[in-house]
Design a protein around this ligand. Structure first.
Ligand code: ZN
Length: 347
């Protein structure tokens, strides 16, 4: 039996490929380099059918968070022209993958396109930016990104920018994470609503989350976050936030990052899959079974050895099966819920 298709809320493979030197990163992805978590052969093997491909512009490579540190220093801000250049370079990688895949990989702009690709076994990608540093305050260049296919954005990553404040990585969460959206941030949310761009709340701090909840006319979505009640990481969501997601018909994607799964916040990969099921149990209990999906953070975080990489996705679905999750619920979590909420947002 082929593996159950998984549509995923978050990966950082474009960053991984962009950082490679001395090779052709597009060929490496298409043929499989066996590094990190994602390449096309391993994705096909594990039933990874598509998802949000994040573009994250690092200040400098050495500023990427050190995964051994559960309380790393706040990331340094990045200048807009630099962020735009890096964003365009990573977006170019995405479109080169599409072109050179010869029909095996498609950047999708509508849910109809995604459904068609799922039916045909074509890998689908949503062009997503993680942190809006590349976008100038007057939105003078934003329409170009939209026309290129941008359909989802996190206004802020875990560093402040002109739109608001990201949540710093803190374990345990201090609950005190600064101010909410700026006026420019509010304008950005209005732009996203008008153009039906998905707004990703995963890295936004708590005040920012509630600012979006008040302002946005769209379902609330956190593409890759877990339950604060189980792992008290600042990156996770309180029950009140999960209820707000439920009340708007939104979505939370289970993050596979061990530091956001574990009760002790450690970045240990020898972490049993059971903790992932416990998060899903809680997310479903509070947000409801229509508002919970997956948001792996593949190629962006350390994940449990029991999954290891995209080829190991069936192990997670088997764990759900073992815990009496029925076929219908597994299909919802694996892909249907994401498609349904995108239908509500992209209209
Ligand atoms: Zn992230």
């Amino acid at each position: 039996m082929p593996p159950i298709p998984v549509f995923d809320g978050h990966n950082d493979v474009l960053l991984r490929l962009w950082m490679k030197t001395g090779c052709d990163p597009v060929a490496d992805f298409l043929q499989g380099d066996g590094l990190g978590h994602l390449d096309l052969p391993r994705m096909k093997k594990g039933g990874f059918a598509g998802g949000f491909f994040a573009i994250f512009a690092p200040t400098d490579d050495e500023d990427l968070p050190d995964d051994d540190d559960v309380n790393p220093p706040l990331a340094v801000q990045i200048a807009q022209p630099t962020a735009l250049r890096k964003t365009l370079e990573m977006a170019s990688l995405l479109f080169r993958i599409e072109r050179e895949s010869k029909g095996k990989f498609k950047v999708c702009r509508t849910v109809a396109e995604i459904r068609d690709c799922l039916a045909k076994g074509v890998m689908t990608a949503i062009f997503h930016i993680e942190g809006a540093e590349a976008i100038d305050e007057g939105f003078k260049a934003l329409d170009v990104l939209y026309e290129a296919g941008l359909r989802s954005m996190g206004p802020v990553w875990s560093r402040p920018n002109i739109y608001g404040h990201g949540v710093p990585f803190r374990f345990p969460s201090t609950g005190d994470t600064g101010e909410g959206l700026t006026e420019a941030g509010k304008s950005l949310i209005r732009y996203c609503n008008e153009r039906h761009l998905l707004v990703d709340l995963s890295h936004l701090n708590e005040k920012g989350f509630w600012d979006v909840a008040r302002l946005s006319t769209a379902p609330l979505v956190a593409t890759h976050s877990n339950a604060l009640a189980i792992s008290p990481s600042s990156r996770n969501l309180s029950d009140d936030q999960l209820k707000a997601i439920r009340d708007t018909g939104g979505m939370v994607g289970l993050n596979f990052a061990t530091g956001f799964l574990r009760e002790d916040g450690r970045w240990r990969t020898d972490t049993a899959l059971d903790i992932m099921v416990r998060h899903l149990d809680h997310l479903i209990k509070v947000a409801g079974e229509n508002c919970v999906a997956l948001g792996s953070d593949f190629d962006g975080a350390r994940i449990p050895d029991g999954i290891k990489d995209a080829a190991g996705l069936p192990n997670l679905l088997a764990a759900l099966h073992d815990r009496q999750y029925g076929e219908k619920l597994i299909a919802k979590i694996a892909h249907e819920n994401w498609l349904n909420v995108l239908e509500r947002i992209w209209v």
